[in-house]
Design a protein around this ligand. Structure first.
Ligand SMILES: [Zn+2]
Length: 420
């Protein structure tokens, strides 16, 4: 009994620690991209020089005739919802809610801006960046900017597979014209973003469906600010502590601070000799502080983000995007069929008496009938799949080779098993 209780306690501690602070993985992702794409470092350096060109001697090729960011920058957005279980197939209403949250926070329309400490209040900026679901897709067909797609994959990692149809995710829309947001069941991560310069087919942000919109899976991430933080990265913002001990986030008006801030602190927290600057700016969206306790971007961050849209800037092309225009083709693209795919696990194999079948990767098999045939094709056993984890009793069969077969019209399965 004691042993059992101890086991439960360990599990609870683990579950709490999992999301005890915002576990954005964008910095680690950025490092992984630099390792994978050696030419990326130069590209990132060029973007960085461009960002700082106004206070440096770097000369920049200002493209003549390129549009200049108007006062308000509006970014066309496409949201790819990749689901396996029904609860992951979030509603369009929740997507609209998240877009509203992005607009509210980036435009400094959030009511909790009153919580910004007096010392930082004059630094809090309306970035004048807005977000709008796309009305035209890359082929200029009508769209609502929200794609719902079933996947046989139950959980996603930071390996970008969710960004590729070939991996049972969904391909990015042209990243020079759209902000791609993938919403899926991310394994132990709230979200991650690509920094400017990342290859176009990986460009965008990935958000855990449990933290997308104002939802209550986690009380500390219930205000849709995971997306605000990740889109900040997509717009070239770094973590407020520069991902190093008293590191640099390349923004002038954010005080240096020792590290990330977990939870929901109050008062002035002094680290890295930042007392004269007001202490840690833990209420900045780019810290790890809980959703209810972040409420600001600074003017420096605003300038850093908006510089991407200037002529010659990495995201300048977004200003040319046709994504928010009237589509040439009124008919929207048909939703994609669920992929023809089967990941069935049969074990043990060889088997003594009872073989287990795991259909969890494609629960569409539930309801179909399976047969066990011998090598002559004679049906020995016929059984209906009633649940994702099913067993078949083979004790009546003689030793030898058998086949478990399923037929679902356009999909077939056949697994060879050895009865001992
Ligand atoms: Zn982050």
């Amino acid at each position: 009994m004691m042993k059992k209780l101890a086991g439960v306690a360990v599990f609870v501690l683990f579950a709490v620690s999992l999301f005890a602070q915002r576990n954005c993985e964008s910095y680690q992702y950025g490092k992984a991209m630099l390792a994978q794409y050696p030419s990326l470092a130069e590209k990132v350096a060029t973007i960085e020089s461009f960002t700082h060109r106004n206070n440096s001697t770097v000369t920049v090729n200002e493209l003549p005739g390129a549009p200049v960011a108007q006062d308000i920058i509006t970014i066309p957005v496409v949201v790819h919802i990749i689901y396996h279980f029904p609860e992951e197939n979030i509603s369009d209403e929740r997507v609209l809610e998240q877009i509203d949250i992005l607009n509210r926070d980036f435009r400094k329309m959030n009511s909790d801006t009153v919580n910004t400490p007096a010392g930082f209040a004059t630094l809090a900026a309306d970035t004048k960046i807005e977000f709008k679901l796309a009305s035209a897709d890359p082929k200029d067909r009508a769209t609502k900017g929200i794609l719902h797609q079933y996947s046989p994959i139950k959980q996603w990692q930071m390996d970008d597979k969710v960004k590729f149809s070939s991996e049972m995710g969904d391909d990015a829309w042209d990243a020079t014209s759209y902000l791609n947001i993938w919403v899926c069941n991310l394994d132990e991560i709230l979200g991650y973003a690509s920094f400017p310069g990342t290859p176009a087919d990986r460009d965008g942000v990935v958000i855990n469906y449990k933290a997308f919109g104002a939802v209550n899976y986690f009380s500390q991430y219930n205000k849709g600010r995971t997306a605000v933080h990740e889109v900040g990265h997509w717009l070239n913002l770094r973590h407020i502590w520069g991902d190093a001990d008293c590191g640099d986030d390349a923004v002038d008006d954010t005080p240096r601070q020792r590290s990330y801030t977990p939870g929901c602190p109050s008062g002035i927290r002094v680290t890295c000799d930042n007392a004269s600057l007001g202490g840690d700016m833990y209420m900045n969206y780019m810290d790890f502080t809980s959703d209810p306790c972040v409420n600001m971007f600074t003017y420096g961050q605003k300038q850093r983000m908006r510089s991407l849209f200037e002529p010659g800037g990495f995201r300048n092309s977004i200003l040319y995007s046709g994504g928010l225009g009237v589509p040439a083709i009124e008919q929207a693209a048909l939703p994609k069929d669920p992929p023809r795919w089967l990941h069935i696990r049969v074990y043990p194999n060889p088997v003594n008496n009872v073989v287990m079948l795991n259909f969890e990767y494609d629960t569409r098999w539930v309801g179909t009938t399976l047969t066990v045939t011998d090598i002559m094709g004679r049906v020995m056993i016929r059984t209906k799949v009633t649940r994702p984890l099913q067993q078949i009793d083979l004790s009546q069969l003689k030793q030898g080779i058998y086949f478990i077969r399923g037929d679902k019209g356009d999909e077939k399965m056949m697994e060879k098993i050895v009865k001992m």
